[in-house]
Design a protein around this ligand. Sequence first.
Ligand code: AMP
Ligand code: MN
Ligand code: MN
Ligand code: MN
Length: 280
Amino acid sequence: MLTVDLHNHSTVSDGMLPPREVVARAAARGCTLFALTDHDDVRGLDDAADEAAKCGMAFVPGVEISVSWRRHTLHIVGLGFDPKNAGLLAGLASVRSGRDERAVRISEALAARGIPDTLVGARKFADNPEMIGRAHFARHLIERGIAKDMKGVFKKFLAKGKPGYVAHEWATLADAVGWIRDAGGIAVIAHPGRYEFGKQTMLELIEEFKAVGGEGIEVVSGSHAAADFERFARLAEVHGLFASAGSDYHATGEGAREPGVLQDMPPGPTPVWLRWQAAA
Ligand code: AMP
Ligand code: MN
Ligand code: MN
Ligand code: MN
């Protein structure tokens, strides 16, 4: 059992609990080292750090940056950076700035397929107005009874190729990794087992990621099947990447994931958290 969890969401992005409550929930479950990694925004980190201190749990600042790479959307987690770094903050603001216009296009795409008036309803689920995303549309469609659960609503309406999916240009890989590094952090490829490309493309991604300064990859993830743990542990080892672990917790009741405690890391790769554990 691993009591390190370096990937979590709050109401600052598309999680359902405020930062303090996610932190307290992880601590109550026995977590010893925790990172809040909201999509494209760091405004939850002050509260999260303060709550973690109150709970006696070591805390690492984090973020999950949306990236467009070739024809794919990737997520790059940043860990252990200075949350006040001006370049990082400006970069994240530029990524967020496209989300509102994208939300309008999502609502138009859904309307064209017979589901009108989703924008206002989706916005109600977005606590942070700059961070409206697909999960907020998903919750709105479930509330309207148009879909049963998160898995179903993505599969039917919001995943790539489905009626409510629209293409969008996020950060470049080099920019996202650069912002994290320049702020003193470590860049990690999030949930690599979820990307829909083959082995060769994965190797090309790892090479390019390392070339622009990336250093880690998630091995144990709530977004991974058990078979992915072994596969990405080997890839981390072979390519000299630090191995990370995170629940990717968003909300209780939307699937089985809970924050704070994870399955063990397979032996082999170097865990990314050793440096913060030593400091804690
Ligand atoms: P966005 O950044 O707005 O495109 O939203 C991406 C988020 O949607 C992810 O971080 C997940 O929270 C959620 N998501 C994406 N695909 C799925 C899926 N198949 N099932 C459940 N949630 C998903
Ligand atoms: Mn999410
Ligand atoms: Mn992600
Ligand atoms: Mn995530």
